[in-house]
Design a protein around this ligand. Sequence first.
Ligand code: SF4
Length: 228
Amino acid sequence: MTIDGFQSLTLLDFPNKVGCTVFLGGCNFRCPFCHNAPLVEGERPSPAMTLEELHHFLTRRQGLLDGVCVSGGEPLLNPQLPQLLELVKGLGYLVKVDTNGSFPQRLVELWKSGLVDYVAMDIKNSPARYAETVGVPGLDLSPIRESVSWLLEGRVDYEFRTTVVRQFHDAQSFAQIGPWIAGAKRYYLQTFTHRDTVLRPGLSAWDGETMEGFAAQMRPYVSNVEVR
Ligand code: SF4
């Protein structure tokens, strides 16, 4: 197994924890605002490290780091993810998995195996604009809905989050997302930032005041809502 990207220290990705982040390439979506185009399509970058090298790194960081974030791409696409998480958990680390919610059964299986402590799931948009927002015409939303429903049961700690892009999100988006995830613990609105690696050029962010307005729309439904 190869690891396609690696960040040796993150204070932001794992709530209230000090961690590192592992990126696994490949994704079933093509979100136009994706920052990780090299991981999603076209030529993958050279592998950042092997599983053995990650093991070596984590062994040396025991007691210094709390957890490992596994991101992508869509990490649940990788058939060797359980092997990676077993290595991480075997060294005593907490595990956070970032997912687009397409593979609820794989997520549940990882949780049943005790391999996941925290899940961050993207809510890409309202159901009405989901397919357009993820760049997959005719998308079947049922696995996404299943993941949302399972996370809302609260068996594993979690957050929902939306990267907010002016060209895809408006007040109507949040009028529909709110009731959909009603009762959720946490919801983060992430302001889109342009990078050279974004899949489609020409996208832009909303201003801070508008973002706060979207957050206010969500607060009747979710106890902890933040713009970040
Ligand atoms: S933003 Fe996430 S879900 Fe969308 S294409 Fe990029 S890696 Fe895949």
